[in-house]
Design a binder for this molecule. Structure first.
Ligand code: ADP
Length: 396
């Protein structure tokens, strides 16, 4: 049984074909610059040279058509015909309050995803375009929507209601939703499996630190709080996003300094965080390199990043009345031993100790706490695509 996983962005599309009998990823691909000059499809199959196709792809439907062709291509492909694809799992960013689980896509579900567009105006539209294009090209193949928000629907009201007039929640749905749910769910379940423990007996803090960053407090297998909020702008500092700041800054910039709302929105989403403070890059590796050379702003960016994540870990340990496992994942979390060390430094009183040698391991499942550590600390590579494929198969 082979499942195609599709993750559609506004001008890009990531895909994987996963053999669900073995959970092996057969193909990983990326289409970039959809609808822009210079469209490009890159497909990777283990043991083969990268396949690159540069052709005009004016929209997502054209892009998906090329993806399907690449999958069944005699030389570059891995399957003989599209009939071998038994289902398609789509990443959908926002499922609002309606979806606490993945769901088979029918007309009603598609409409509900459309109804969530105001909550995720940048993300849900390309997700919908991806679903509609696949439906047109593969009308008989079942499709499943897997929502970034779903895992966090278990949060209690005290965690998700914003301290604003309650009517704003009732009328407009303004509340904390949380994101990266598929990743938090995957790594928390994986660490429980690695520890050979029932997730229902564990208090876990998961730190998803990539370009976007969020943490989740997971008690008895359920997300009870998470750092992103109404949108993925909230929480800890990120590559280009500010995370939490005093909201009055927005008014100050507009009323006193003459910025437009659009400019402020752009600053908060695209010019802040690691990029904004360092003035160098949003890419963590670049900033680490500059910090090593002594660049003060680069050092400050790293300091603030680690300080914010550390504060969030401490807060979740407190809110859960303790913690059994801390997990680091995503680009920075899986690779940066510096980040893991700095985010944990000073929190040893919680009851862990770090094995600095194990902590140098990158990008694989690795315990980084010492053997006698009461609290376990792990790096676990995330695998949102596999989680999407698993949910897809489970729904069939
Ligand atoms: P996305 O949120 O786009 O999926 P990723 O999870 O791929 O992002 O994370 C990207 C971030 O991970 C970038 O800031 C990148 O610099 C950082 N990163 C990747 N490899 C390393 C590494 N070896 N050391 C430190 N940071 C790394």
């Amino acid at each position: 049984m082979k499942t195609l996983v599709i993750n559609c962005g506004s001008s890009s599309l990531k895909y994987q074909l996963i053999d669900m009998n073995t959970e092996e990823s057969l193909v990983q691909g990326l289409v970039e610059r959809i609808g822009i000059e210079g469209s490009k499809l890159t497909q990777k199959v283990e043991g083969r040279e990268k396949y690159v196709l540069e052709k005009e792809m004016s929209n997502h439907k054209v892009a998906i058509k090329y993806v399907l062709e690449a999958l069944i291509d005699k030389e570059q492909g891995v399957i003989n015909s599209m009939d071998e694809i038994s289902a398609v799992g789509h990443r959908v960013v926002h499922g609002g309050e309606k979806y606490s689980q993945s769901v088979l896509i029918d007309e009603e579900v598609l409409q509900s995803i459309k109804d969530c567009i105001p909550l995720a105006p940048l993300h849900n539209p390309p997700n919908i375009i991806g679903i509609e294009a696949c439906k047109e090209l593969m009308p008989n193949t079942p499709m499943v929507a897997v929502f970034d928000t779903a895992f966090h629907q278990t949060m209690p009201k005290k965690a998700y209601i914003c301290p604003l007039p309650y009517e704003l929640y009732e009328e407009y749905g303004i509340r904390k939703y949380g994101f990266h749910g598929t990743s938090h769910k995957y790594v928390s379940n994986k660490v429980a499996e690695v520890l050979n423990k029932d997730i229902k007996d564990l208090k876990i803090i998961t730190c998803h630190l990539g370009n976007g960053c969020s943490l989740a407090a997971i008690k008895n297998g359920k997300s009870i709080d998470t750092s992103m909020g109404f949108t993925p702008l909230a929480g800890v500092m990120m590559g280009t996003r500010s995370g939490n700041i005093d909201p009055s800054v927005i008014n100050f910039l507009i009323e006193e300094q003459g910025y437009t709302i659009k400019e402020v929105d752009n600053i908060l989403n695209k010019e802040s965080g690691i990029l904004g403070i360092s003035g160098i890059s949003s890419d963590f590796r670049d900033v680490c390199q500059e910090a090593e050379k002594g660049n003060e702003r680069a050092k400050l960016a790293l300091d603030i990043f680690h300080y914010k994540v550390k504060g969030q870990i401490a807060s979740y340990a407190g809110l859960m009345g303790g913690v059994d496992v801390i997990v680091f994942t995503a680009g920075i979390g899986e690779n940066s031993s510096l980040t893991r060390t700095e985010c944990l430094k000073g929190l040893e009183f919680l009851g862990f100790s770090i094995d600095e040698e194990k902590n140098t391991v990158r990008g694989e499942i690795q315990e980084i706490s010492t053997e006698d550590s009461k609290i376990k600390v792990y790096e676990i590579p995330t695998n949102e695509e596999l989680m999407i494929a698993r949910d897809t198969v489970a729904l069939l």
